[in-house]
Ligand binder design. Structure first.
Ligand code: ADP
Length: 539
């Protein structure tokens, strides 16, 4: 604020006039504070200052943060004269002194003062000057100038005191106007951001929903409204459209991805759900959610993105349907080809020669094709939950011994040792056909991937609650980074190349068959080289 050092010594004669001036000052202050428009405020300040001090001219310069004058408002100079006076004063000369020193000055003769830099062309002649800095929070934010009192006298202490009071009001008003201007800019900025966001949201093919921590929808785009039926202000737990999980079971409110994120504060991605819309349309939707945190890291709401994947799931369904139909259709003719080729090969064997060799080749190929089709059928059934187990009690050790007996000739062809440690009888309740399929697959792999002369051992461990069956070999083993991949559909190890025939379906089918029994199948490293596949069956 302006420092006001001079307080007039009000004697009896001037006290009435002082009261009148104070009243006028009060009115002026009210007028100043009644608007937030900076140019209007400044005009009111200079007009009031001129009137109060009975000056011929008054001016007010607003000083920017760089110390230069950014606005210059005058009073007492007609508009046409002001126009020909040219640009803003640069704040040199006496105005510069006032800005720099920040103290009131009274000059009896401007032209005679050494610090004066003179007047620009077309400037009205002026003699006396009263200059008052406008200070706010220690900074000069403007200057108020009065020149030439109308009665021709010099500036009194009272003039300076009144001007100082007026400058204090002006300082607050200017600062308010700055704050208001700043606020308006921020508001405009926020509105522009909001408009930009609205355009982006409207253009997105995904549905977007933003809600507060109570689950009220704050913002959503048209896609989200069409997909899920929500509107701004709705409770996301209310769910206008029915939502079910991929297996068809209904979502409980708490397990809905957006509600889960609101309650637990964790992000979820790629959650699939099915939405039944009122007009009968059923849409598959992929949902990802994320919590929204405020500046202190506290949960303030959540955002969800919904992607309509109905077309993709429909294509996948058609593909699966075709796949399962094609494999099913292939199976019947293949069975008769395999039977006939086997018979043919047997008949032609007696004749020997090239024809017998060819028949054996056809038979072998037909069998491999048959295995592939069976694997594809199994996989398709397993993945659609359509494979049924026929469980019954049986002796696992007897089964393992039989399988090893039957596969021994295969191992012997590669001079491999194939042994089984399953002496006692161990009862198991499971689907013996499927257990045989798993063990056969593991033994066939061990024979296939272990070099000639290797060792393969099958063992069983009847433990607490689970029976563990292991097939170990001293072959090349499986690198750690591939130990999970080999259980993926069609995955074959890269360095395998075409060295061994195979489809990459054996292990994924074996794992799913074991899991269908409630067990686990995994592979471990064997110290000294090789691999050991183990699977458990609960009993
Ligand atoms: P396939 O044997 O028809 O290729 P699988 O699903 O049975 O398919 O096996 C997947 C891959 O795992 C094989 O291609 C092979 O690289 C690797 N693999 C399986 N068993 C063994 C084993 N006992 N030793 C080394 N590698 C193996």
């Amino acid at each position: 604020m302006s420092s006001v050092q001079h307080q007039p010594q009000a004697d009896n004669e001037s006290s009435d006039q002082l009261i009148l001036h104070l009243l006028e000052l009060h009115e002026g202050a009210l007028a100043i504070s009644s608007t937030l428009e900076l140019s209007v405020i400044l005009q009111r300040v200079v007009d009031t200052a001129r009137r109060l001090t009975a000056s011929r001219y008054a001016a007010l310069g607003v000083v920017g943060e760089d110390g230069l004058i950014t606005m210059f408002i005058t009073s007492g100079i007609p508009a046409e004269k002001r126009e020909v006076m040219g640009e803003l004063p640069r704040g040199h000369g006496l105005l510069g002194v006032l800005i720099k020193e920040g103290k009131p000055i009274r000059i009896p003769n401007i032209a005679a003062d050494q610090r004066s830099s003179g007047f620009p062309p077309n400037h009205p002649p002026m003699t006396t000057l009263l200059g008052m800095p406008i200070r706010y929070l220690g900074r000069v934010v403007g200057d108020l100038y009065l020149t030439d009192k109308e009665d021709g006298l010099f500036w009194s202490d009272e003039d300076e005191w009144l001007t100082g009071l007026l400058a204090s009001h002006a300082a607050v008003a200017i600062s308010n106007a700055y704050l208001y201007h700043e606020l308006k800019l921020q508001q405009e900025h926020a509105e522009a951001n909001h408009r930009r966001l609205a355009v982006i949201m409207a253009a997105l093919p995904e549905g977007i929903v933003v809600c507060d921590k109570a689950g009220r929808v704050l913002l959503l785009n048209e896609t989200a409204h069409l997909l899920l039926g929500w509107q701004v202000g709705d409770d996301v737990q209310a769910r206008p459209y029915l939502t079910t999980q991929p297996d068809g079971s209904p979502y409980t409110t708490a397990s809905l991805p957006l509600v889960h994120t609101l309650r637990e504060g964790v992000a979820l991605s790629g959650q699939q759900m099915t939405v039944s819309q009122p007009h009968g349309k059923v849409v598959d939707v992929l949902t990802s959610t994320a919590p929204l945190l405020d500046s202190s890291g506290t949960l303030a709401g959540a955002v969800a993105v919904y992607q309509d994947i109905s077309q993709i799931t429909e294509l996948a369904r058609l593909k699966d349907e075709f796949f399962s139909m094609a494999t099913h259709e292939l199976r019947t003719p293949l069975t008769s080809i395999t039977m006939s080729s086997g018979l043919l090969a047997e008949l032609l064997l007696a004749q020997g020669g090239r024809v017998a060799g060819l028949a054996a080749l056809v038979d072998e190929s037909a069998r491999r094709l048959g295995t592939l089709v069976d694997d594809l059928l199994d996989l398709s059934r397993l993945e659609h939950g359509r494979l049924r187990l026929y469980c019954r009690p049986f002796d696992l050790c007897a089964l393992l011994n039989r399988i090893v007996d039957e596969t021994l000739p295969l191992a012997e062809r590669k001079s491999q040792q194939l042994t089984v440690i399953a002496d006692q009888s161990c009862a198991l309740e499971a689907d013996p056909g499927r257990i045989e399929q798993v063990v056969l697959n593991l033994i066939a792999n061990a024979i296939k991937y272990t070099p000639a002369g290797g060792n393969i051992q099958v063992s069983v461990n009847y433990g607490r609650g689970v029976t563990t069956i292991a097939v170990a070999d001293n072959g090349p083993g499986i690198p750690a980074h591939e130990r999970e991949h080999i259980f993926e559909r069609f995955y074959r190890r890269e360095d395998e190349g075409t060295a061994q025939a195979g489809s990459g379906l054996g292990l994924p089918i074996a794992r799913q068959l074991v899991e269908l029994h409630g067990g686990r199948l995994w592979v471990e490293d064997v110290p000294g080289g090789g691999s050991i596949f183990r699977f458990t069956i609960p009993h």
